[in-house]
Design a protein around this ligand. Sequence first.
Ligand code: ATP
Length: 435
Amino acid sequence: MAADDLMEKIVNLCKRRGIIFPSAEIYGGFRSTYDYGPLGVLMLRNVKNAWWRSMVQLRHDVVGLDASILSTPKIWEASGHIANFTDPLVDCRNCKERWRADHIDGICPKCGSADLTEARAFNMMFKTYAGPVEDDASVAYLRPETAQGMFINFKNILQTTRKKPPFGIAQVGKSFRNEITPGNFVFRTREFEQMEMEYFVPPAEAPTWFEYWYKERLQWYLDLGINRDLLRLRHHDKEELSHYSAGTVDIEFAFPWGWGELEGIANRTDFDLNAHSAHSGERLEYFDPTTNEPYIPYVIEPAAGATRTMMAFLVAAYGEDEINGDVRTLLRLDPRLAPYQVAILPLSKKEPLMRLADDIFASLSPIFSCDYDDTQSIGRRYRRQDEVGTPACVTIDFESLEDNAVTIRDRDTTNQVRVPIAGLRSHLAAILGWN
Ligand code: ATP
């Protein structure tokens, strides 16, 4: 499928089925902002939960945090964002469009003119005022990354959890960047969600943990069903490394328009804790009882985008096939990511079938995310579930009242099996891999 076609199909599907809507549409839209609809909010939450589960819940060396989005300029002075978080910007003198200099080859992609201004630095942080007075003393920033929350709480967390290196602090939340050229749907937006973890280690162990984490993170995407061919690791060479980094690997995904970063894993050395120690006057160090010496740990950071990653899962899952001569669209999503795991489909709206369907919904919905659909023909209902990736449909027919059994239909194969209602929960748990 041509790249443009695939993107158009995914964007249309997202709009048509309530996954992602362009924001403020009734007002003509608003600058690359998006709203996650009833199905999108379920899927995005699933992406974040899958990350949290593997990064926090299943580990005893990582704890969570939810730090504030509004932040003092002092944080961003220390982190280097006020001085360095800039993109080189050029204006096209012909059509007045503005571009990131490093995204274009000296020619305006809109009008083709080579008459561009010199590149200027443009700070990407959103600035606002906290309180009623708009003066220098009340300047605040919306965080452009979640990472700094972990560094400024390093001491709090050491004291309250009694963790010792190697240990990590993880956070999922919104970040804001005034991107000059947002685009490619939710790949690059000004408001987005990140999933970041700062893993604090003894300096000598940093190279080992760096390798451990980029392998671990690659495996996460593979476990959730992205094909290995659609992923690659890209090591930054010396010239590309950020000023704080002793090594960076990007995990990239083959988007329809080319490779794009899903996540960066960096060895940030002791840059951040050092910088905040120097600026705040608090010593952000770990006192090692085995040597009786304090030291500043190194940090390995896997930093991923939740919204961007959700889009990669959608692209990877999108498929079309033919069933009895009809083309159908389907999302081959892992059951853990699909907005609904189960759709409950009563064949008729008549009693007592409806009551039975309600009972089944009540029994399954505490365990699985369930849709309930009693509209249109059963064939149409299956198609609607296929295109939003629901792995299992449970059909309740008149025979169910006699044999106390229902039909489970599989999204990928369309195979159907008859299952006793009494064993439905455990049967679904088994086929969905739920535990
Ligand atoms: P890029 O080079 O694409 O601008 P970055 O290297 O600046 O990304 P990081 O600062 O490492 O990105 O942020 C970590 C992750 O956050 C990225 O890998 C990406 O998944 C996500 N991310 C960053 N900027 C955006 C954005 N504007 N919109 C959506 N996701 C983003």
